[in-house]
Design a protein around this ligand. Structure first.
Ligand code: GDP
Length: 364
């Protein structure tokens, strides 16, 4: 599955947020109870209003949302790249996630110590980014040295790796994260295999005081500006509110949200932003038994999309009967869509679109 790592300096609200995420009703709903894979790893449902709509039309008994995994990666401090704090363990954990949610302290509270003694989320972001960049530089230099023998042998893969590593190194030495390097389509696979820490997409999570949860504050505004300049995402959230919400029954949570002037839990926005950041897309299978969301990387072809359900569906793929979500809803379901000529038979070369309602025909 897709994994998002939660990082940040100590005392910024990571654990509060992680606990809220994994205890929330949404995480426990449906037929997957929230499962603690490890104490710091949790799976949550991806909120998607389209699911209930489809299930309503088809009269499905069950609704099964898409899932995303969050990992609470504690222990990042200044000096982590030199092995301080939980340094190396921390960096290894980051290497294994697909994207990073970087929690920044944007709330004032004299009772909660800030490790750097002042509230400055932009400087905090730089502190962590610097550690990650130093770790990348070190690993690149080590890898370049290891490559030199294979290079002399004219190994094509080694040549590609060498070129990409040098491009990353140039950016890093210039003070820019590896994700700022433009990578050609043909190089993307090899680039991802390098697993550079600063090449991973980043979502800045501004943890603001309760009273700023709806509008944000001056600190979160600074973060928003920084995120935009870097091509990163950002969300404003109050971890304290989310913590309280996660403990309330649904009806009380609704009232509490109203009082705070919030349309929905911040966690929903965080989860969706994570999903977007990861470049993920959703298709649905809809029937009387269940309506289910399936997760694929955007741009996936029909057979590989079928393979997410079962390997046999991919191997024996014949075609995908496809109805766009909007058509399915507007025409009152499968029969209506079919009668209106909105059910398409798509073959192996079809790129699945977000919201497609699919039925796979396969042999074997
Ligand atoms: P972590 O070290 O980043 O995991 O931070 P924690 O989640 O343990 O939070 C550190 C302290 O800050 C705890 O006492 C939290 O209750 C408190 N805290 C977290 N979020 C907020 C917030 O939005 N407002 C205030 N006032 N305190 C918060």
């Amino acid at each position: 599955g897709f994994r998002m790592g939660i990082v940040g300096l100590p005392n910024v609200g990571k654990s509060t947020l992680f606990n809220a995420l994994t205890r929330t009703a949404a995480a426990q709903a449906a037929n997957f109870p929230f499962c603690t894979i490890e104490p710091n790893v949790g799976e949550v449902n991806v909120p998607d209003a389209r699911l209930d709509k489809l299930a309503g039309i088809a009269g499905s008994k069950q609704v099964i949302p898409a899932r995303i995994t969050f990992v609470d990666i504690a222990g990042l401090v200044r000096g982590a790249s030199r092995g301080e704090g939980l340094g190396n363990q921390f960096l290894a954990n980051i290497r294994e996630v697909d994207a990073i949610a970087h929690v920044l302290r944007c709330f004032e509270d004299d009772d909660i110590t800030h490790v750097e003694g002042r509230i400055d989320p932009v400087a905090d972001a730089e502190t962590i980014e610097t550690e990650l960049m130093l770790a990348d530089i070190e690993s690149i230099e080590r890898r370049l040295a290891n490559l030199s023998r294979r290079l002399r042998g004219g190994d094509k893969e080694a040549l590609d790796q060498d070129r990409l590593l040098r491009a990353a190194l140039e950016a890093l030495e210039d003070g820019r994260p590896a994700r700022t390097v433009q990578i050609a389509e043909d190089d993307l696979r090899q680039w991802r295999l390098l697993q550079l820490l600063t090449a991973k997409p980043v979502l800045f999570v501004c943890n603001v005081e309760e009273s700023s949860a709806a509008e944000g504050n001056s600190q979160s505004a600074r973060v928003a500006e920084m995120a935009a300049a870097q091509g990163a995402g950002h969300v404003v959230i109050s971890a304290r509110i989310e913590e309280e919400l996660a403990q309330l029954p649904a009806d009380e949570a609704e009232m509490f949200l109203d009082e705070m002037g919030l349309a929905e839990p911040g966690l929903n926005r965080l989860i969706r932003a994570g999903y977007t950041l990861l470049g993920l897309s959703t298709y649905f299978t809809v029937g009387p038994k269940e309506t289910r969301a399936w997760t694929i990387p955007a741009g996936t072809l029909a057979p590989q999309a079928a393979g997410v359900i079962h390997g046999d569906f991919e191997r024996g793929f014949i075609r995908a009967e496809t109805i766009a979500y909007d058509d399915y809803v507007a025409l009152g379901g499968e029969v209506g869509a079919k009668d209106a000529g909105k059910m398409r038979a798509e073959g192996k070369g079809y790129t699945v679109r977000d919201g497609d309602v699919l039925k796979f025909l396969h042999s074997g």
